[in-house]
Design a protein around this ligand. Structure first.
Ligand SMILES: [Zn+2]
Length: 547
């Protein structure tokens, strides 16, 4: 069933039984229809989230959580209703606004906080006490929720993955990528003593409390995406090595590895240091140098949780290359610290900015380690992976379920490759780095495709709008038709091209460098004893029909 129809159906069911919603709606344990983001609702558009404090007691045996989320927010205008998102499986016990008891209605996956007299414009603190059994992850990290499992030694191992379904899967929030808590997040996670919590930012304290439990306080002062506000619990050991950023800042690399996998720690730290150095070369200083470069081992393939990216699923079986190991999963999630966590898309419709450029970084890794031919072979395989069933950018303000597909990765990446050729290395590479590091683009800014378009037009001095549209807003390929007229004479017709672009043609006499016009009607004559090869380097997403 289409996820939207399913959502509406479930909401109607819940509304119809509003007198006893907890009992009946709780029977619907499926939360896989949920999707992050979408159209920003007016009640949430007036809220600017400033800071979150998440305090949860995690009952591993019962697979439940209990506690509160306290949110500091600024209302841009007065309202009689505040709206938060929370999966229906978790029940709200009480809500306080500015330390006073507040009326509320919890229905479906929404919480409406009500005040007939109105909440004035300005700053408010909302504390939502809640608890219950959060959704269990069906196929983490994609169909997410909580993973409750054990390590090889039988110790509890808990991980959270909520990027696709949204942080509302486990805490009350404004579940939209365009707003992050500007002043960061405090997390107080209570767990059985003897286990550890891996979280974002810096560990402030671990305090023993009653019932043989301990409270782990993690704090980040940086702005952070909702889905990165997560924690992992395990019998972890922490391995650390120092790292000096390209700008000279000292930041620790910390690996929260399962105690049973301790022998793997050294190589992960080595890989992390090397990959960070390469990523800094292309994208600038590690963005979160005031806190840490964190990694936590989890029982899934990993996610870009800010300052504590997660890693797992490969069983430490790296790809082997002469002189080095490579982990595609580690490298991908590392790269997201720049593209996703620092440069964040404003809504999921523009997810290619995060995933496409992160995927492109894989080619840059091989350019750096094995040379240009290795870069080229990555791009050939990414070209082959483009499906072109839907445009990469289909519209504006889309939720994750309508956006997520492979082309956001492969075609988004291939677009960067084409752009590199069109504007040239001397413009492209500095521009890419500047986009991440420029103080004009601070940590709390969000980006759309249009923002990137305007930026690359400015830095290149070219109008690239048609190229952006062609690659990102259509499923078209550049179409060429090559026809042999005589044994050594050919004509090349350009059937479809977004704009004037530089194209190489390989002939028996060498490479011809030419420019093709958009939808050029006059065929291009080529003299070659061998069949010419259009775009032999493979810079373009194209089809060549040989007649
Ligand atoms: Zn990714």
């Amino acid at each position: 069933m289409n996820s939207k129809i399913r959502n509406i159906f479930r909401l109607i069911t819940c509304l119809a039984v509003l007198t006893q919603p907890a009992r009946l709606c709780a029977q619907n344990l499926d939360a896989s229809y949920m999707s992050a983001g979408g159209k920003l609702r007016p009640l949430q558009a007036i809220m600017d989230i400033r800071h979150n404090t998440l305090a949860l007691d995690v009952d591993i045996k019962n697979q439940s959580i209990d506690g509160y989320m306290e949110t500091d927010l600024i209302l841009s205008k007065s309202t009689d209703t505040l709206l938060f998102d929370l999966v229906h499986l978790l029940r709200v016990h009480a809500i306080e606004v500015d330390k006073g008891k507040a009326e509320f209605v919890q229905t479906g996956d929404s919480i409406f906080v009500l005040n007939k007299a109105g909440f004035n414009a300005g700053k408010h603190t909302v504390r939502i006490s809640y608890g219950g059994k959060p959704p269990v992850a069906v196929r983490p990290p994609w169909t997410g929720g909580f993973t409750w499992t054990t390590d090889k030694a039988g110790n509890p191992w808990v991980a959270i993955s909520v990027q696709l379904q949204g942080a509302k899967m486990y805490y009350p929030c404004k579940d939209h990528p365009s707003d992050e808590p500007n002043e960061g997040v405090d997390m107080f996670i209570t767990i059985p003593r003897g286990l550890s919590v891996a979280g974002p930012g810096l560990l402030q304290s671990v305090k023993n409390v009653a019932n043989n439990k301990a409270v782990w306080h993690w704090k980040t002062n940086y702005t952070i995406s909702n889905y990165c506000v997560v924690f992992d619990i395990a019998k972890y050991k922490v391995y650390t090595r120092p790292y000096t950023t390209v700008e000279g800042h000292q930041v620790p690399i910390q690996f929260y590895v399962l105690e049973v996998d301790s022998a793997q720690a050294r190589e992960v730290l080595n890989i992390r240091a090397r990959d960070t150095r390469i990523l800094e070369k292309y994208f600038g200083e590690y963005p979160w140098y005031k806190e840490k470069i964190g990694i936590a081992e989890v029982p899934n393939s990993g996610m870009e949780h800010q300052t504590m990216i997660t890693y797992g699923g490969e069983n430490f079986n790296y790809k082997k290359y002469p002189g080095f190991n490579y982990s595609p999963n580690l490298f991908h999630e590392f790269t997201h610290e720049w593209w996703a966590n620092k440069v964040t898309n404003k809504d999921w419709a523009h997810m290619w900015i995060q995933e496409g450029i992160t995927t492109y970084a894989e080619a840059l890794f091989f350019k750096e380690t094995l040379g240009d031919a290795a870069y080229d072979s990555v791009m050939v395989s990414q070209h082959a992976g483009i499906r072109s069933q839907k445009p990469v950018v289909q519209a504006e303000e889309l939720d994750m379920a309508n956006v997520y597909n492979g082309d956001v990765y492969s075609k988004g990446s291939f677009f960067m490759h084409t752009l590199r050729h069109v504007i040239g290395d001397s413009v492209f590479f500095p521009a890419l780095k500047k986009f991440v590091t420029d103080v004009k683009f601070p940590y709390d800014r969000f980006f759309t495709t249009k923002d990137m378009q305007v930026y690359f037009n400015t830095v290149s001095g070219k109008n690239l709008d048609a190229l952006f549209d062609f690659y990102l807003r259509t499923t078209n390929t550049m179409d060429f038709e090559l026809k042999q007229n005589r044994p050594d004479t050919w004509t090349l017709s350009i059937k479809n091209s977004p704009m004037d672009l530089p194209v190489d043609i390989q002939t028996s006499a060498g490479i011809i460098k030419t420019n093709i016009a958009a939808n050029k009607s006059t065929p291009f004559r080529i003299i070659s004893k061998t069949q010419p090869i259009v775009d032999p380097h493979g810079w373009y997403f194209k089809k060549v029909i040989i007649q």
